[in-house]
Design a protein around this ligand. Structure first.
Ligand code: BTN
Length: 256
């Protein structure tokens, strides 16, 4: 990523798979991917859009994602055929991989943190926490392209330097002084290397379970009080309720 590109450039390869397009500014890297997939010439699977800043960064549940210069804001395009290839053409495995993409991306962010000798936790299913605060959020959106083929845009927002939000953590807080300053492109490279490797692994649920944030704590899910227990082999969140142990497969978990 040494040759910086502007919005009109065609991008460049990074590693065996990723095709990176670097924008100085965009509304949302997710929306940029969606626009690209509406064109006649389709972007390949493995296309990554990274922007210095976003003017309309989106989070989950219709929230906005504050995106000033200094953070990492990127979206990765994964086509269903890529997931099928990665799953050895086994459709059931590819479907499981598609369903666990937020967890896989979260683990890749945790790997970045761990590469600096620090510890990250995953707040199921989409957030990465350090120091009890949110370092990164992940937004996975599935759509169809101009040819009717399904793909997922995996959006990652990571705070690298002090965020204007007091409730957010930032990577520089846990990077040893000797390794500073950290660069956005170096973090992106580490993330992509790890993400590619983790897409080929079958231990995603167990790996998330090891790093699960909030185990044993009470939380709310759809107005119900639950106690967080762990992650099932399929990647669902296991919680205790008044009815016993239940699996949660989607929705927000609000930890008390
Ligand atoms: C969340 O925690 O609610 C998810 C936040 C996801 C933010 C990233 S930043 C890059 C990509 N583009 C967006 O507009 N959103 C995601």
């Amino acid at each position: 990523m040494s040759n910086r590109q502007d919005a009109d450039s065609s991008g460049h390869r990074a590693g065996p798979w990723w095709w990176i397009r670097h924008l100085k500014s965009t509304d949302s890297t997710q929306d940029q991917i969606f626009r690209m997939t509406k064109a006649l010439i389709q972007p390949p699977g493995g296309t990554v859009v990274v922007a210095d800043k976003q003017t309309k960064g989106r989070g989950r549940e219709g929230r906005s994602w504050l995106s000033p210069v200094g953070g990492l804001y990127c979206s990765v395009l994964l086509r269903d055929e890529d997931l099928l290839a990665r799953a050895g053409q086994d459709r059931a495995r590819a479907d499981r991989l598609a369903a666990t993409l937020p967890l896989v991306a979260g683990l890749a962010v945790a790997d970045v943190v761990e590469s600096f000798g620090a510890k990250a936790e995953i707040k199921w299913p989409n957030d990465v926490m350090i120091l009890e605060r949110k370092l990164a959020g992940i937004l996975c959106e599935r759509k169809t392209d101009a040819k009717g083929e399904t793909f997922t845009a995996v959006g990652i927002g990571m705070n690298l330097v002090k965020s204007p939000l007091e409730t957010a953590a930032y990577l520089e807080e846990i990077v040893p002084a000797l390794q500073r300053p950290i660069t956005r492109d170096n973090i992106l490279r580490r993330f992509l290397d790890s993400f590619a490797a983790r897409l080929d692994r079958s231990d995603t649920a167990a790996e998330v379970d090891k790093r699960l944030y909030g185990r044993g704590r009470t939380a709310r899910h759809e107005e119900k009080k639950v106690v967080i227990r762990g992650v099932s082999p399929q990647g669902a969140l296991l919680v205790n309720t008044e009815q016993g142990v239940t699996e949660i497969i989607s929705g927000e978990i609000i930890i008390d």
